[in-house]
Design a protein around this ligand. Structure first.
Ligand code: PSV
Ligand code: MN
Length: 426
């Protein structure tokens, strides 16, 4: 199924009057405060978030998986699904592949399909947390950190293969997330595990094309519950620094212990020019992979404040690669992703409302009350008309969820793919 712009403009026609009134009211209010509405809308139009191929099917837990009908069962269908979300939201113009789940059979056909949906290939992800059929070595006791040289070499070679696959598609970055760690005290030697990981990452880095980036993701626990080799941003930062200037830290919002001050981590990394990529999701306890903004929208807003500040003030930091890394057990995965995209755009728009100059002045005067007022005033603003405007300007849906439902997207997908179609992935 494809959604064309004329279908959306028919649906938008019914809603546009309400939008115009909401937008005019907000634009006037913001104008009175001296805010440049057009620039904000343009920034929202330009903001694109990659969708990971593994989030298009229903996620599961170790207790079970409740599939969702009409899931994409191959790479072509996954790209089609991202295309559907992108036509509605106009903010998901990229897909992030996981290898070996998403190895293309016909590269030019896959590239053409992506172009037809206006979709780019974002970072490619390697997988050394599962054993592949007929693999010579097992990752049961780790991959890049393994005590066995043969295992490390297999994992390094896999990462180099992933780079080659990504290169053929036009990707420009490799994300490495390692499950490596220990489940029990005494199981492994922290120093040699870290040293092995560093050497393995350097080998991968040597295989990186000049215009590529290496993103090193961290996570405190799971699947190992005693220790993880790349457990926190400091470890990732140190590894990235040792690899070289094309290596960066990747922040996944779910990969922090409860109450960690993620906005401070973001600021530190950006000031050092080392924040390469960003995975959005929400969490209550750990790597819960919940819909973005569903649990802690204010924390997300504060993180965006740090990101906006960094994007404006840290030329040493590259423009970060944005991706959603979430999945949901119960909802329609596409509706879940649409909700996440909306929450990301909302947090971004609110952060753009903050007058950084006035905030800096208040900070310098130690006017804490004013600082808080500035942040909360932005957070309390209903920015949805700005998001609607950005979508409308790009030919998307004023209200993506209601358009998705009125076009019966899921029903169509089930008809095309069958009720029992299952997606591969996490
Ligand atoms: C596992 O925690 C994980 O969700 C990481 O966040 C990676 O980005 C993703 O899997 C894909 O490997
Ligand atoms: Mn992630």
């Amino acid at each position: 199924m494809r959604i064309d712009k004329s279908q959306l403009s028919d649906i938008n026609k019914i809603q546009v009057q309400g939008h115009n009134a909401r937008f005019a009211f907000l634009a006037d209010t913001l104008l009175e405060q001296g805010k440049d509405v057009n620039t904000i809308v343009q920034k929202l139009q330009d903001f694109q978030v990659a969708i990971p191929s593994w989030a298009l099917g229903a996620g599961g837990t170790r207790f079970g998986r409740f599939g969702f009908q009409g899931e994409p069962s191959n790479l072509e269908q996954k790209i089609d699904d991202v295309g559907l979300i992108h036509s509605l939201t106009q903010t998901s113009g990229a897909i992030s592949l996981h290898i070996p789940w998403d190895v293309p059979n016909d590269y030019s056909a896959i590239k053409e399909l992506a172009v037809s949906h206006n979709i780019l290939f974002d970072a490619v992800n390697s997988n050394t947390f599962q054993d592949q059929k007929n693999a010579a070595q097992s990752y049961k006791f780790g991959s890049l950190s393994n005590t066995s040289k043969a295992v490390r070499e297999q994992a390094i070679a896999h990462n180099i293969d992933v780079i080659k696959i990504g290169d053929k598609l036009g990707s420009k970055s490799l994300t490495v997330w390692l499950a490596d760690g220990a489940n029990f005290p005494g199981q492994s030697n922290f120093q040699s595990a870290l040293q092995n990981t560093q050497e393995s990452l350097k080998d991968i880095y040597r295989g990186l094309p000049d215009d590529w980036k290496l993103f090193i993701e961290y996570k405190p626990y799971e699947p190992n519950f005693y220790s993880t080799v790349i457990q926190d941003w400091g470890t990732s930062f140190m590894l990235a620094n040792e690899c070289g200037e094309k290596a960066y830290t990747l922040v996944d919002l779910g990969h922090h212990l409860p109450n960690t001050n993620i906005e401070q981590i973001v600021s530190t990394l950006m000031s050092k020019g080392k924040l390469g990529g960003f995975h959005f999701n929400d969490s209550k306890y750990g790597d819960d992979d919940l819909t973005v903004g569903s649990v802690k929208p204010y924390a997300l807003f504060l993180i965006f404040n740090a990101l906006v500040y960094g994007m404006e003030n840290n030329p040493q930091n590259p423009y970060p690669a944005w991706m959603i890394d979430a999945s949901h057990n119960l909802k329609d995965p596409l509706e879940d992703l649409i909700q996440s995209l909306e929450a990301i755009q909302e947090a971004y728009a609110r952060a753009l409302l903050i007058d950084q100059k006035v905030l800096t002045e208040a900070q310098q005067n130690h006017d804490i009350v004013k600082c808080q007022e500035i942040l909360q005033d932005a957070f309390r603003t209903d920015v949805r008309p700005l998001l609607e405007k950005a979508r409308l300007n790009r030919g998307g849906a004023l209200n993506p969820i209601s358009a998705y439902r009125s076009l019966h997207v899921r029903k169509n997908l089930v008809n095309e793919r069958g009720a029992n179609s299952v997606a591969s992935g996490l």
